[in-house]
Ligand binder design. Structure first.
Ligand code: SF4
Length: 248
C-alpha cells in the first residue's frame, strides 16, 4: 500500500487550515524579502513548495544536499528543479571539511557516539544552513506539531535563535492532511514514504518504522529520544538539542 492509500484523509476542518496556510504564505512573502523555504523534500516540504508555486509566490526553495542523501531523494530533487516555478537552490557542505572529517573519523562515525553524529550534522547540515540563511530575515519550514514531542508546541511563526522569523505554515496540519493535499494535487513525493519512512533524512541515519512507532523513530534510531534533532530547528535555550548537535 502506498502512503497515499494509508494516510490521505483530510481533517474535518482541512479547507479552513489550507486557507490559513495559504494566507500565511502570502503574508510572509509580502512582508519579508528575501524569504526562503528550507526543504528536505519530505512530504510536508513538497506540499509547501507546491503551494508556493501554485500561489506564484516569490519564495525560492533551499535544499541541503548533505552528500549522504538516498538516491530517491536526489531523483526528487532533480525533478523539483526541473518543474518548480520558484528557484531551487542547492547548498552542500564545504568539501574540504567533509574530506578531513571522513579521513579522521571514518565513513560512518555517527553510530559511534552522539558527539560524532552531531559533528557530522554540524559539517553537513548546520554550516550550509547558516550560509544559506546569512542575510535573510525570515524562512519557511515544514514543521508540524504532530511530528514529535519536541515539536508539540510549534507555532505558525516564531523567532529563531538568530532573530529571524521562522514560518511554520503547516503547524496544525495532521499527517493525513499532508497526504490528502499530495493526493488531491498529484504532488510528486519521495517514494521512500511508501516504504514506511515518514521522516526522511540522510541514508545512514534513516530507517523504516514499524506500526505504532513514533513518527521520527526511524531517525537516529540508535540514540536516546532526547538527542533526536540535528539542530536545524532548535533554540539556544534547549541544551539537549542545541548547536552541539547539528530541517531538519
Ligand atoms: S543525518 Fe547522519 S549522515 Fe546526515 S549529517 Fe547528520 S549524522 Fe551525518
Amino acid at each position: 500500500m502506498s502512503a497515499i492509500d494509508l494516510h490521505a484523509r483530510p481533517s474535518k476542518d482541512f479547507e479552513a487550515k489550507l486557507a490559513e496556510t495559504q494566507a500565511l504564505l502570502i503574508r510572509a512573502a509580502s512582508e519579508f524579502s528575501p524569504l526562503t523555504q528550507a526543504s528536505s523534500l519530505g512530504a510536508e516540504d513538497v506540499v509547501i513548495t507546491h503551494l508556493i508555486n501554485s500561489l506564484e509566490l516569490d519564495i525560492p526553495v533551499f535544499v541541503l544536499d548533505t552528500g549522504m542523501l538516498h538516491k530517491e531523494t536526489l531523483e526528487l530533487l532533480e525533478r523539483t528543479k526541473a518543474t518548480s516555478r520558484a528557484a531551487v537552490n542547492v547548498y552542500q557542505p564545504v568539501h574540504e571539511s567533509v574530506v578531513q572529517f571522513v579521513k579522521r573519523e571514518g565513513k560512518d562515525p555517527m553510530y559511534r557516539s552522539v558527539e560524532l553524529r552531531k559533528a557530522c550534522c554540524g559539517i553537513r547540515k548546520l554550516e550550509p544552513l547558516a550560509r544559506m540563511l546569512a542575510g535573510r530575515s525570515a524562512w519557511v519550514t515544514g514543521l508540524r506539531r504532530e511530528q514529535s514531542n519536541n515539536r508539540g508546541e510549534v507555532p505558525f511563526s516564531e523567532t529563531d535563535d538568530k532573530g529571524r522569523t521562522k514560518f511554520n505554515p503547516l503547524a496544525d496540519w495532521s499527517w493525513n492532511d499532508v497526504w490528502h493535499y499530495i493526493a488531491s494535487n498529484d504532488v510528486p513525493y519521495n517514494p521512500l514514504h511508501d516504504e514506511f519512512m515518514p521522516s526522511i533524512g540522510c541514508a545512514p541515519c534513516t530507517r523504516a518504522i514499524a506500526v505504532g512507532e513514533d513518527f521520527r523513530a526511524g531517525r537516529w534510531w540508535w540514540e536516546d529520544e532526547k538527542a533526536k534533532e540535528c539542530g536545524l530547528h532548535v533554540h539556544e535555550d534547549q541544551p539537549v538539542v542545541s548547536m552541539i548537535g547539528a530541517r531538519e
